[in-house]
Design a protein around this ligand. Sequence first.
Ligand code: KIV
Ligand code: ZN
Length: 521
Amino acid sequence: MSAARRNLGKPVVFFDTTLRDGEQSPGISLNMAEKLEIAHQLVRLGVDVIEAGFPATSPGDFEAVQAIAREVKGAVICGLARCVESDIHTCWEAIKDAERPRIHTFISTSDIHLQHQIKKSRPEVIAITTELVGLCVSLCPGEVEFSAMDATRSDVDFLAEVLQTAIEAGATTINIPDTVGYTLPSEFSALIDTLYEKAPGLAGVVVSVHCHNDLGLAVANSLAAVERGATQVEVAVNGLGERAGNAAIEEVAMALVTRQDIMQRPVNLNTTEIARTSRMVSNLTGYQVQPNKAVVGKNAFAHESGIHQDGVLKERTTYEIMRARDIGLGESDIVLGKHSGRHALRAHLAELGIHLTGAELDEAFRRFKEVADKKKQVTALDLEALATEEIREREDIYSLTRFYVSAGSEIIPTSQVEVFRGGQPRRGKAFSGGSVESIFRAIDNAVGITGKLLDYRVRSVTSGKDSLGEVRVVVEVDGKTYAGQAVSIDVMEASAKAYIRALNNVAQQREASGARPDRVF
Ligand code: KIV
Ligand code: ZN
């Protein structure tokens, strides 16, 4: 086994799967406008490859991947497909208009998956790999990625044989996933070394890793593989992904940047976009970032103890290994007030990378005025939250037009709501034990869908009693979970809108031609 480190000095390729594996996190359901917004932000962050979705899973996924492929420039746009002919053709149809399309196809290689899930023998897996990687190459020459699912629990000789087969069939990127987050860093390093030896074709292709976080080791395992020569890391913003998630892009990137002395693998990301990307993904998915999360948690640069504060005041590096500004933090200055005009709003939004014109700008200005009338200072964080709200609403079927809630210590809370659907008003009212419950029941009546509330959270966007409030709800309907988020200066309004948004997701799913099949993994 060669002890020499491979690919020193070679930049690490960042493959972001927030919109595919990340979107598989329970309760996340992004609409097309939201996916496009995230894809544009990923380009600003500088990722090399965006995995935009899994087109064969539903017409909605297909349309979103196609829209991203047509609109988003500056990164490879990748779609996922099983090693199944129809999946691959559907994937190609969705991505073919991209500046640089990539088909990512996968098949399992572990005996556990072969016996219990795909019910194929090892020779069958080899034959399928040759045939279907070949199909991908015929459609998308030069940009085909092959993944050996559950690689880390596979027999290493068989795994190497499958990878070599995929390379010979024309795959240009070979991905080695730790699908169930099982491996340990030392073991994964050794596996990469062994595979370079047993599958000699790996030396001529991009070697990728895709690590899940079931044991909290996704970032450590990704870095261990990079140290052994892996060229691409598959990551997701805020570590989103199936179960415990994928390796977090912000953690892998900042570990590589901060420990360049050891890693010696350049990072071509624009790290000052990390904080904003994290906030956008958190706002749009409703997955809040834990305060002590590495790099992007709100306490990541906070010093609580007197000794630490004293040290940092004397010399920042006493207790800080990264600068907040390197990830784009510290610029939440006051930007606008109630006398600011449309022009100023448009210019400040553009600084945040949000380009609005026409009716969208009018709507954003109306919202901004509403907030600025009640709140003295509108910050960059407020603007971001309002713009996110505007993106969320673009595809709503039901929208809240007015609501009324009466509550107090001695009265039974009563709510009335009016929602619009296709220009027609629908009304509902309810009395219940609590004011939030009564408004949710009134919405159930108006929309005609009854949701079981699983989770309800409120947080303030900035500090101060006049802060915008952000609400996230998770509801269960027909045994499935749906999330909704909204912001407003009024928490009851944000609650009503978040709940309606979750029911919108139910309605969209019910109305989509062809229900989304259960995820295949
Ligand atoms: O975890 C996994 O194995 C995957 C593959 C499709 C790459 O997500
Ligand atoms: Zn995965």
